[in-house]
Design a binder for this molecule. Structure first.
Ligand code: ZN
Length: 292
């Protein structure tokens, strides 16, 4: 999946993208987007002003302990706090040292290790990285579980000025990932449609983590469980564009049409990614587990 696709979704996971920098001798530390999606000079403009040599390469800011800066003047502890140095340090800490080896080569397992380390931190090991679900959806759910999708609440925490932090669907509560995708009345009603379709009495969830935890432990049949996982991930994935349509196109969606959208989308995943023989649309519409 291309980086631009993540950007379009508004769920750019900064730590997931690196360029191969080798020894870092030919990459500009501040002005090239080698860590995340934009140059550090744009993300940390005040720190960049303090940088002694603005054309410094990565190798010049790297030492055996990690990264070391060279400022024009020594900022006070208070100044450093306001300059966002902590965030820059956190970003640099997440940069895998393997990326800076001579002739460094990007390896997927490094990326996966990074994801696992974050997942371990937040105790959501229960997340199922099912091959039936597209990677962009998995990343979206993972980030939603961490509260890192761009809801009004998350944008406000990042210092972005929004007109309101209330939920775009119900205007009753703060728009957090858990509220929007699970706890909101709109999400509740969408889940009710899906419950009926699946013939399941789903419990009332209040967080994304509860939903994925329930699905990953549900029932005794691994094939049915895999389908349920695709379904709950798919519902939450479809609530996001319904929310965006309401905000950006003033086009309100109904829970029933969001459920219909999810049913159609997930059918494609199950049929083409799940490689289930005789995956029949009529059976699917009747009950998703009847295709097995
Ligand atoms: Zn709501």
């Amino acid at each position: 999946m291309a980086k631009s696709e993540f950007e379009l979704m508004g769920v750019v996971p900064d730590n997931l993208f690196y360029v191969v920098v080798g020894t870092g001798e030919s990459t500009n530390f501040w002005n090239e987007a080698w860590l995340g999606t934009s140059p550090l000079s744009l993300r940390f403009p005040n720190l960049f002003k303090l940088e002694k040599r603005k054309s410094a390469r990565i190798s010049e800011r790297r030492n055996s302990y990690g990264f070391a800066m060279d400022w024009k003047r020594t900022p006070s502890a208070t100044q450093l706090r306001s300059l966002n140095l902590k965030n820059l340090r956190r970003l640099l800490t997440h940069f895998p040292s393997q990326m800076l080896r001579t002739h460094g080569v990007f390896r997927v397992n490094i990326l996966r290790d990074q994801i696992d380390s974050v997942i371990t931190d937040v105790s959501i090991k229960i997340m199922e990285w099912s091959s039936m679900v597209p990677i962009k959806v998995l990343v979206f759910i993972w980030r939603a579980c961490l509260g890192r999708i761009l809801t009004a609440d998350a944008l406000t925490h990042r210092g972005v000025n929004t007109n309101s932090t209330l939920c775009s669907m119900c205007s009753n509560q703060e728009e957090t990932a858990d509220h929007l995708l699970v706890d909101c009345m709109f999400a509740n009603d969408t889940f009710k449609w899906i419950s009926k379709w699946c013939g399941l009495d789903l419990p009332l969830f209040s967080t994304v983590e509860e939903v994925i935890s329930f699905a990953s432990q549900w029932g005794n049949c691994p094939k049915k469980r895999k389908i349920l996982i695709s379904i709950v991930y798919g519902i939450m994935w479809c609530i996001w564009p319904a929310r965006n349509n309401r905000i950006f196109n003033q086009a309100p969606s109904k829970p029933s049409s969001t459920a219909d959208h999810a049913m159609t989308l997930i059918y494609g995943w199950v049929k083409y990614r799940g490689k289930i023989e005789n995956c029949n649309w009529v059976f699917w519409c009747n009950n998703p587990f009847s295709i097995l």
